[in-house]
Design a protein around this ligand. Structure first.
Ligand code: FAD
Ligand code: EPU
Length: 338
């Protein structure tokens, strides 16, 4: 049954735990519900915001429009000769989907264990962790066009994936609602433990020949030790992207700061560890009012309880200024500011 609620608190629907209100709110459980919703007057006369788990958003004010939470469930798999195609509803909780794949021995997403949020949001910023990005396993997705109500399939090439980027965050921002995602996985595990901490964690566990369940468990353990749990401390993961700069710009940075943590990128640029830059500026673990950075990961901004979105946003601006004046590098926010 389609229900449009009015004047509701979004606090339970965002992992930062920011207490703002939406004029209207609807939760959608299947595509038929979406079609029905789009016939409603409230859709026609309001601006729209699509959310999944609300784990990559920062609300800085009440939402004067309709918030649509996508809770379309369902997972199906098809084992083919050279690959396994798994299709999941956009509202599946990402980690439940990962657990399904690990339990069925479908390899490819185990390094992405324990990332909060939903399957439908995973292509939006091309989620990534521990040496794997969504794009590495993405086959296609289906999406509902807000303007026309037509459902379109997006292939890998259509999505223009980049580091924490896709066409859905760029040229097509706000134009489509992703309803399902199909992943190209493998029945044969190609274990990827190249990200330093995974190997160390597996060795600590005495595991020499890990399977995908071992990798998933190791990644989950590392994540829990570094990142705050949003159910107790509000946050949205990394608040900024790791800055990617040209080699000539890097030459300036490294000349003044020889120990800067950095990685080469596939397109011959340099990615800097934003957490390191922020820590060097003295922000790690700092508490400022009700906000601050996390004690074990300076790239994560937190809500210590009762912070407003504006407070967090202004704090993030202080960090941007500080990193810019110390290193000459501009941090870009990764979290969607609303
Ligand atoms: P939401 O926050 O609800 O939405 C994010 C954006 O996607 C919004 O712009 C929204 O409008 C849009 N959107 C959501 N669903 C849809 C849909 N169905 N159709 C169209 N648009 C949609 N991210 C990483 O990449 N790697 C990490 O390691 C990582 N670690 C994290 C750790 C913590 C503790 C937290 C809190 C967050 C972390 N994140 C990480 C960020 C977050 O988990 C991801 O961005 C995730 O994909 C967000 O999913 P969501 O459903 O919560 O999206
Ligand atoms: N570092 C510090 N101090 C800090 C944090 C990090 O010096 O407080 C340095 C360390 O040298 C560390 C390096 O930065 O080795 C990298 O840190 P980490 O491995 O924690 O990864 P990250 O670059 O900070 C990125 C993603 C995370 C993802 C991890 C693991 C971005 C913006 N963030 O963080 O994604 O989980 O790698 O792969 O790319 C997210 O997007 O929300 C997110 C959590």
């Amino acid at each position: 049954m389609l229900q449009i609620q009015e004047n509701i608190s979004l606090k339970p629907y965002n992992s930062f735990g920011i207490d703002v209100k939406a004029n209207y709110f609807a939760e959608i459980f299947d595509e038929a519900g979406l079609i029905k919703l789009f016939k409603n007057e409230v859709v026609k006369s309001n601006k729209l915001l699509i959310i999944g788990g609300g784990s990559n958003v920062l609300f800085t004010e009440d939402y004067k429009g309709l918030v649509i939470k996508i809770s379309i469930k369902g997972i199906q798999s098809e084992v083919l000769e050279d690959k396994v195609l798994v299709t999941a509803g956009a509202g599946e909780v990402w980690n439940n989907f990962v657990n399904y794949c690990v339990a069925h021995h479908f390899a490819g997403v185990e390094n992405l264990s324990l990332i909060p949020g939903t399957v439908g949001a995973s292509p939006i910023q091309n989620i990534g962790a521990y040496g794997v990005e969504l794009k590495d396993v993405f086959e296609s997705c289906t999406a509902f066009e807000i303007k026309t109500g037509q459902v379109k399939t997006f292939t890998y090439a259509d999505c223009q994936f980049g580091y924490r980027e896709s066409i859905f965050k760029g040229a097509l921002k706000g134009q489509y609602i992703i309803t399902s995602v199909t992943f190209r996985l493998s029945a044969e595990a190609k274990i990827n433990t190249s990200y330093g901490a995974i190997e160390t964690e597996l060795l600590n566990r005495g595991i020499e020949n890990p399977n995908i369940a071992d990798v998933s468990a190791a990644v989950s353990h590392i994540r829990v030790s570094k990142l705050p749990d949003p159910s107790t401390i509000g946050n949205a993961g990394s608040f900024f992207k790791n800055p990617v700069i040209e080699k000539y710009e890097f030459a300036d940075v490294v000349a003044k700061h020889p120990d800067v943590v950095h990685y080469p990128t596939a397109d011959d640029k340099i990615k800097l560890a934003a957490g390191w830059l922020i820590e060097q500026c003295g922000w790690k673990g700092k508490v400022v009012g009700q906000t601050g950075t996390w004690k074990n990961q300076a790239l994560v901004l937190v809500n210590h309880g009762g912070a407003t979105g504006t407070e967090v946003f202004q704090f993030s601006a202080q960090i941007i200024d500080s990193v810019k004046s110390t290193f000459g590098v501009t941090l870009e926010r990764e979290v969607n500011i609303l």
